[in-house]
Design a protein around this ligand. Structure first.
Ligand code: SAM
Length: 456
């Protein structure tokens, strides 16, 4: 049998005669599974005997008896019964997938028999993603669908209503036991669909894209990206993160790139408002956290002034991720009890309060340290030229690089290393606490850990 040639189906076994052979725990489990699908199950707690499969629709031999299994196979062929011989793939007409079951929602995972382990592992992952609330939610969707179809609501209006229900807080309500609130919400959406109404105003979600590694997006940001109609993103948001957008999502790059100006803030605000007013789910995706040196606050103000619903999904800021990825614990006990985040983005080489800040906190994290020479010079003058410093560039991506040097020579060291932006400067004694431990990209880290684990 060709391992890649399976065709997935979901069978209606209601009152169909299904035969299960064997005394094993697996046989019990299979009989139970078939019964819960409504099948008429004949469980014979023994190995196959001639005639067992006559009149059966589906059969499972979980007997562990190779000779009897071969005889069962021959009878299944003669009687045209679809047979599964447990754990003997080449004798199977069909194989059972690993299953995530949430009420009427079933997600079947098959590796075409290549790796039951992988199918199970993926099932466990999906189970953590889709909680029990997806059972009643699927039923809610089903009820809405039947009623809208019966009422003759046009297809596109129906699709719009399903999309609104999927994006709504109904799953969250069900998760918290609020079945009545979820049903009421579904009814409101259904009523507006019956009145022919599409969603009048959509919503804008300001979401943090994290520092670069797509694993550092929050679950909330991932979910909203998958559902978005349109995503307006910064230049800092890389292709690995944008790949998390749904296949029908429109991507708009509003960021600044070498040789090209970014869209003005006013133009971005206008575009967000226009898209939301067209009924879209709009995501404004910003590097790191939207509110840390990200102008997210201004966008929220503009949207609220325009009466557009807006919510914010925080992100993992480079201000924390860059030091963490370089193995710099910004408030290491006994070394630092305070940390400040500051922007170095000023034509005159950093903010006026830089000196005050540097003397009042233990660790200083400087984002956008464009004029590093001037910033480092000012800090060296006030903190002493030996204060440890590090530049982390492209943190959490495959291109991550870390340069450590005393503050007086950090600019020269960074220049010599030809670091690529974006980069973050960290100044303080914490820089050297764990020096030498740096979060390597995953594959290297695993190879390194593997080398340690294996006997030398
Ligand atoms: C306009 S600010 C936006 C900060 C963002 N909102 C955040 O919370 O991370 C851009 C600065 O963030 C820092 N940055 C962003 N991504 C980074 C990364 N992957 N590695 C190092 N620094 C990064 C750099 O200092 C860059 O100049």
């Amino acid at each position: 049998m060709n391992a890649t040639a399976y065709y997935p189906v979901v069978l209606d076994l209601h009152e169909r005669r299904c035969v299960v052979l064997g005394t094993t725990a697996l046989a019990e489990e299979k009989a139970l599974g078939l019964r819960s699908a409504g099948a008429t199950v004949v469980h014979l707690p023994r190995a196959f005997e001639p005639g067992d499969l006559v009149g059966a629709y589906l059969a499972i031999d979980a007997s562990d008896d190779p000779e009897a299994q071969r005889a069962a196979r021959a009878e299944a062929d003669r009687e045209r019964v679809l047979l599964n011989v447990a754990d003997v793939t080449h004798q199977c007409d069909w194989i059972a997938p690993a299953l995530v079951k949430r009420g009427p929602l079933q997600i079947a995972i098959s590796t075409s028999g290549e790796s039951p382990f992988l199918a199970r592992a993926l099932r466990e992952r999906i189970e953590t993603m889709l909680g029990e609330e997806w059972g009643p939610f699927t039923a809610l969707m089903g009820r809405m669908r039947r009623r809208l179809r019966r009422a003759g609501v046009p297809g596109d209006v129906q699709q719009d209503a399903y999309r609104r229900l999927l994006r709504s807080s109904a799953t969250a309500m069900l998760r918290e036991g609020g079945a009545d609130s979820a049903a009421a919400l579904a009814l409101t959406i259904e009523q507006s669909a019956r009145n022919g109404g599409r969603e009048a105003v959509g919503e804008v979600v300001l979401a943090g894209a994290g520092p670069g590694d797509p694993d550092l997006l929050t679950l909330g940001a991932r979910a909203v990206l998958a559902d978005a109609d349109v995503v307006f993103h910064d230049a800092l948001v890389g292709p690995d993160v944008l790949r998390l957008c749904g296949p029908r999502t429109r991507l708009v790059d509003v960021g600044k790139r070498a040789g090209r100006r970014s869209a003005s803030q006013a133009a971005i605000n206008e575009a967000l408002i226009a898209a939301a007013r067209a009924g879209d789910l709009v995501v404004r995706l910003k590097g790191g956290d939207p509110f840390l040196f990200g102008r997210g606050g201004e966008e929220v103000e503009a949207l609220e002034r325009a009466g557009v619903p807006v919510r914010v999904i925080p992100g993992v800021s480079a201000a924390l991720a860059a030091p963490a990825a370089a193995g710099i614990p910004v408030t290491h006990r006994g070394v630092a009890t305070s940390v400040a985040f500051v922007t170095g983005h000023r034509a005159d080489g950093g903010p006026a309060a830089l000196e005050d800040l540097a003397t009042s906190v233990d660790t200083l994290v400087v984002l956008m340290p464009a004029d590093l020479e001037t910033i480092a010079g000012r800090l060296a003058a006030i903190l002493g030229s030996d204060r440890p410093a590090a530049i982390v560039s492209q943190a959490t991506t495959a291109g991550q690089r870390v340069v450590r040097a005393p503050i007086a020579s950090i600019a020269a060291a960074a220049r010599a290393a030809h670091l690529e932006p974006p980069s973050t400067l960290i100044v303080g004694n914490v820089v050297d606490v764990l020096a030498g431990i740096e979060n390597l990209p995953a594959t290297e880290r695993e190879i390194f850990a593997g080398a340690l684990a294996s006997p030398v």
